[in-house]
Ligand binder design. Structure first.
Ligand SMILES: [Zn+2]
Ligand SMILES: [Zn+2]
Length: 489
């Protein structure tokens, strides 16, 4: 018999953590962070305390209260009951957005993580570039441990440099069956705003289960999503766990639309063209890469994106440009002492301004500094998110420069506040009002309903949506889930 318990993604967008139990086999579908619930208590400046993190997050209902899944180093330190025997046989990861992988950090490293090669690459990017506080998705550094000092007597606190343990990541091939215990799983690539997004067909002892992860039908590779729907429909599934982020939205802006409209604006720009798009969305990066080429300009990216391109290339993604591509420039912003490019400081001094991972492209032929951008503004399309706006002081956009916002509309208080702050910067440098062209990573309401209609599941379980009620009557049976409740099928 199959049992499903939803520890997140219930009446909220993201935070998927679904426990699927089939006799003796147990897996999680994703293990993500619930942004909204998390933001009810924490901010960037009042984060979760590491020393008591798992205990506190369980108390808040943000982590499931299950023995035999959490890391030994954390459990021991926090006085939590540690069970040697591992409770789950693996985590099936749909894609590497934080609302799907964000809490993997807390799981013990021996639990197998099943993911696509691209997802693995993006998880590696988080570790390598030290983004986020709890980012040990690929490797784990044992915490709260004292080790003997190399020189002299006494002990020191162990840190990342003293060695990391690789997580047990098992990358799968799309369209190829694999087994976890009694479950048989077929992963299909789907189109979303992140490389490596996967939808799953799962054969269990109680029938076939479809898990869509996050997907859309208007992106660069909509055919992937349609293929997944086709294969799912052939299965005549019993259960379909579907995302429903935009069930109430009718608008369908495509990636082509973003490219066309942005190109029109960039063509008219008399100075620099500055674009804010999601840092890890390589489909969007590709959109602006092509837009730049169309307008005889170069696209400026940041070192983190260059590393992402390199990792995804290694993972087998062919359509992306090489980080050293002639139409790309890698921007090194002034940091620390800000001496990069200065003749009165030797190179070894400006290297000191950057972290180890940032130095990777410091000697590449296509790096660019703010002095050159300032001089020849009309030659460039530049990626710039909120955290980089202070570089505008060094660039001083000419009259006629443009700013394009290619990210989602602000949808909560924090985002509205952030947008106000961005507007202040844009006004300061004559870039206001900005242009806004964006294509969502999620299917529109119309496309979601068409997908359900085509797949025809016996039972429909809408998650990753604030409006599960909107799915009533869209399948033979619609199950509106309660969090933490076990559903027997
Ligand atoms: Zn999501
Ligand atoms: Zn997503």
């Amino acid at each position: 018999m199959v049992k499903l318990t939803f520890f997140g993604g219930v009446k909220e967008i993201g935070g998927n953590k679904i426990l699927l139990e089939d006799n003796d086999t147990r897996i999680f579908l994703d293990f993500g962070m619930n942004f909204n619930k998390h933001a009810k208590y924490f901010t960037e400046f009042m984060p979760v305390r590491k020393c008591t993190s798992i205990r506190d997050l369980i108390y808040l209902g943000l982590l499931p209260n299950i023995k035999g899944i959490y890391r030994k180093d954390y459990c021991k330190h926090m006085g939590l009951n540690y069970k040697e025997e591992t409770f789950v046989d693996g985590v099936l990861v749909s894609h590497a957005h934080i609302d799907h992988i964000g809490y993997l950090h807390f799981l013990r490293p021996e639990i197998p993580i099943f993911a696509s090669k691209e997802t693995n690459a993006i998880m590696e990017l988080f570790s390598r570039t030290s983004a986020g506080a709890y980012n040990e998705y690929s490797q784990v550094s044992e915490s709260f441990k004292l080790i003997p000092k190399k020189r002299g007597d006494g002990f020191k606190r162990k840190d990342k440099r003293d060695g990391m343990t690789k997580r047990n990541i098992k990358t799968f091939e799309y369209n190829k069956k694999f087994k976890i215990g009694d479950l048989e799983i077929i992963p299909y690539r789907v189109d979303h705003s992140l490389a490596g997004a996967t939808g799953f067909i799962i054969h269990s002892s109680s029938g076939t289960i479809i898990y869509t992860g996050d997907l859309r039908f208007h992106g660069r590779h909509k055919e992937w999503s349609y293929n997944f729907v086709e294969k799912s429909s052939e299965e005549k599934p019993d259960i379909m766990i579907t995302e429903g982020t935009r069930i109430r939205s009718t608008g369908i802006r495509t990636e082509d639309y973003v490219q066309k409209k942005s190109s029109e604006v960039i063509k008219k720009s008399k100075g620099i063209s500055i674009i804010n798009f999601p840092l890890r969305d390589t489909d969007r990066l590709l959109t602006f890469y092509y837009t730049a080429i169309q307008n005889n300009k170069k696209l400026i990216i940041e070192p983190r994106q260059a590393i992402l391109l390199e990792l995804l290339k290694k993972a087998g993604v062919k359509e992306l440009p090489n980080p050293l591509d002639e139409n790309l420039r890698i921007f090194y912003a002034k940091k620390g002492w800000g001496v990069i490019g200065r003749k009165d400081f030797p190179q070894e001094q400006y290297e000191k301004d950057y972290q180890t991972w940032e130095k990777e492209y410091l000697n590449a032929d296509n790096i660019i500094l703010s002095e050159e951008i300032k001089k020849n503004q009309e030659e460039y399309v530049m990626f710039m998110n909120y955290f980089q706006l202070n570089n505008l002081f060094d660039i001083m956009p000419k009259k006629g420069s443009v700013h394009i916002r290619s990210i989602t509309e602000p949808f909560n208080e924090d985002m509205i506040l952030d947008q106000r702050r961005v507007n202040n910067w844009l006004k300061l440098f004559g870039l206001y009002p900005e242009h806004h062209f964006h294509a969502s990573g999620h299917a529109s309401g119309k496309h979601i309903l068409e997908m359900i209609e085509k797949i025809k599941p016996k039972t429909l379980i809408p998650i990753h949506t604030e409006y599960p009620g909107k799915f009533r009557g869209k399948a033979k049976r619609t199950c509106i889930i309660k969090e933490n409740k076990k559903y027997k099928l």
